[in-house]
Design a protein around this ligand. Structure first.
Ligand code: AMP
Ligand code: MG
Length: 310
């Protein structure tokens, strides 16, 4: 079933495939022309570097010039899985991947189809398989919505986690999380026995060390807003995402997660896209409490929703 996609990757074409986080847009990590297509298809700014996806810990050595003890501890604890690590790069790593930085981001995804694809076709760069600025795809249909019905997508239904990987820079001291995800800061601190800077979100975009953080992301056309305490009116042309407050009115535009934050993360981008299909004006989301924000998946949700609000 994968043969066609493996061949496409080997011949310099671009293929979308499922990971456990979201669908990725893969291109051979050794082929600059193929990688250029990824930027063109997505409309991605060329100064936003790409994550290289591998299928074996050994492949790290093809891209990273230094692999520290902590890197090994983190890889042993979380790979394959939703943790991207930033290493000092080897000189031969293509500039088009790293946007000219001296570092390279690596991840070994967990989804069995992504593993087979990479094992057969070799390491691939893979940003999320959406047009730049749109919510990341969590279904093959989302990819086709953005890139056309004929676009080659390995379809494996819905992705499990639904939010992108944690991105951790282990070249900085202290280590810095550029993007929170399912692997939490607390877990990273426990494994490395070192403090980490959490959810670095530099307000001065020019000096952003993870260039992707300066671009708007994850947003539907509908305006995304937190529900604030004083809000009592029910807006018709809106989707409501709630998780603990009593439902103001029961209908299919009021979704209640009842504390199931995994489900909320799993569905968030699909709900965003759905709001646009229905041409809704707003997505209103119940804010998270300090206590809920102890939960790593809630931290990741808060991060993506805040960015969608802009
Ligand atoms: P995406 O491809 O949409 O999943 O986004 C990948 C994220 O990883 C973006 O925010 C990039 O800026 C970030 N990233 C990739 N490579 C590096 C790197 N070498 N240094 C810092 N951030 C990186
Ligand atoms: Mg993306």
């Amino acid at each position: 079933m994968l043969d066609r996609y493996i061949n496409l990757l080997k011949t310099g074409e671009v293929v979308a495939f499922p990971t456990e986080t979201v669908y990725g847009l893969g291109a051979n990590a050794k082929n600059p022309d193929a990688i250029q297509k990824v930027f063109e298809i997505k409309g991605r700014p060329s100064d936003n570097p790409l994550i290289v996806h591998i299928s074996d810990k050994k492949q790290v050595e093809d891209f990273a010039s230094e692999v520290s003890d902590d890197a090994h501890k983190l890889m042993d604890a979380y790979w394959p899985g939703p943790l991207t690590l930033i290493f000092k790069k080897k000189p031969e790593v293509l500039d088009i991947i790293t946007a000219g930085l001296d570092t390279v981001a690596l991840r070994w995804p967990k989804h069995p189809l992504s593993q087979q694809l990479i094992a057969m076709a070799g390491p691939v760069v893979a940003p999320s398989a959406n047009s730049s600025g749109k919510p990341s795809p969590t279904k093959a249909e989302h990819v086709k919505e953005d890139f056309g019905t004929d676009f080659p997508v390995v379809d494996a239904g819905e992705t499990e986690i639904g939010l992108e990987s944690t991105v951790l820079d282990i070249t900085s001291k202290p280590y810095t999380i550029y993007r929170p995800g399912a692997v939490s800061a607390d877990e990273i601190e426990r494994v490395t026995d070192k403090g980490v800077i959490r959810d670095s979100n530099p307000s001065n975009n020019e000096t952003a060390k993870s260039p992707g953080t300066k671009y708007s992301h994850y947003s539907p056309k509908a305006k995304v807003r937190w529900i604030s305490d004083g809000d009592t009116t029910f807006v018709e042309e809106a989707l409501y995402l709630l998780h603990s407050q009593p439902t103001p009115r029961k209908n299919n535009r009021v979704i209640h997660y009842d504390g199931n934050f995994k489900k909320m993360a799993h569905e968030l981008y699909d709900r965003f896209r759905h709001a646009d299909h229905q041409q809704l004006q707003y997505v209103f989301i119940e804010p998270f409490s300090e206590e809920q924000l102890q939960n790593p998946i809630v931290q990741a949700l808060e991060n993506r929703i805040s960015k969608a609000i802009g």
